[in-house]
Design a protein. Structure first.
Length: 310
């Protein structure tokens, strides 16, 4: 498998982790999920992300999930693996294991203990050293980590940590951060690294307009992100927004803290992508009224897609 590079573009979906109703890993659903993700034109997959319920997995289960995904893909698409951990030792151990299995790169979020710019830089400098030649993604998600990494700090990391090849941008509001980073690279002050964006794709058209290379996030209809990125890349900005608008109400619903992932898994199960919509405990469950909401949104989305011919 080719390794992740600064030139990465397109859509890397944050994959869910399928469980049975009893909470065990569902390997058959991992296979069907991978087949589905590949069929809708994704560029790559990211597994063991926060919305892949990675903190609920044992170390052995984490390796097993990665192994199954890689085996199913058989090198057809690159796979990025989340290896964030409280310390460098477990992060390094998991990174080495998944890279040996054939992963393209790893993703690392900052620990919540970081409070200053110098601490943020020092952490990622240490990550770069610990990972050796393994390419990694800097996950910038202040809404969950409570760590803000300023553009000037990211610039410094890009300059001094060569194996940082991608930013997973999830700051909110954060469009100005993309602009600042692209200004630095356009001036030749830093390397031009890949920027893929998160937050369920809620700001994807605007992020593409600011210089992002695509998306690295989850949504129960990843076709939306593929369509938006392809249209924007082709220069058809109006079509990108037209596709985005059709899916926006459901994407917005998925962004609710607590039940958002439950809604995503409900729809994926309804679509036959995974067998069960269960989250591993502790995890939210949709109420009957929540299900009504989602079903109404799905019906309206289907109508809108017919109207725009998508």
């Amino acid at each position: 498998m080719a390794r992740l590079t600064e030139d990465a573009k397109g859509v890397y979906v944050i994959a869910v982790t399928p469980f049975t109703d009893e909470g065990a890993l569902d390997f058959a659903s991992i296979d069907s999920m991978v087949d589905f993700y590949e069929s809708v034109g994704l560029t790559g997959l990211t597994v063991l992300g926060q919305l892949g319920e990675a903190p609920k997995l044992t170390a052995e289960e984490s390796r097993a999930v990665v192994e199954r995904v890689l085996k199913r893909l058989d090198s057809r698409l690159p796979v990025v693996v989340g290896v964030s951990a409280p310390g460098l030792a477990p992060m390094q151990e998991l990174a080495e294991a998944v890279m040996d299995q054939g992963a393209a790169g790893v993703m690392v979020a900052p620990p919540w203990t970081i409070r200053t710019d110098d601490q943020a830089f020092t952490f990622y400098q240490s990550v770069g050293e610990a990972l050796g030649d393994t390419p990694f993604v800097l996950q910038d998600y202040p809404l969950t980590t409570n760590v803000t990494v300023a553009p000037k700090v990211i610039d410094r990391i890009i300059k001094e940590v060569p194996n940082c090849v991608m930013l997973k941008h999830e700051d909110w509001p954060g469009l100005s951060k993309i602009t600042a980073l692209r200004v630095s690279s356009d001036r030749g002050e830093t390397r031009h690294i890949s920027i893929l964006c998160g937050n369920g794709g809620l700001f994807l058209p605007e992020e593409m307009g600011r210089g992002a290379d695509g998306a690295m996030t989850g949504f129960c209809y990843p076709e939306m992100m593929v369509g938006v990125v392809q249209a924007y890349t082709a220069g058809d900005v109006d079509r990108a927004h037209e596709i985005f608008d059709a899916y926006l109400p459901l994407a917005r619903y998925e962004q609710q803290q607590g039940i958002g992932l439950a809604a995503r898994k409900y729809v994926l199960a309804k679509r036959g992508v995974i067998k069960s919509a269960a989250l591993r405990k502790p995890g939210a469950k949709l109420s009957p009224l929540d299900v009504q909401d989602v079903e109404r949104l799905l019906a309206r989305q289907a109508l809108r897609l017919r109207e725009i011919g998508a």
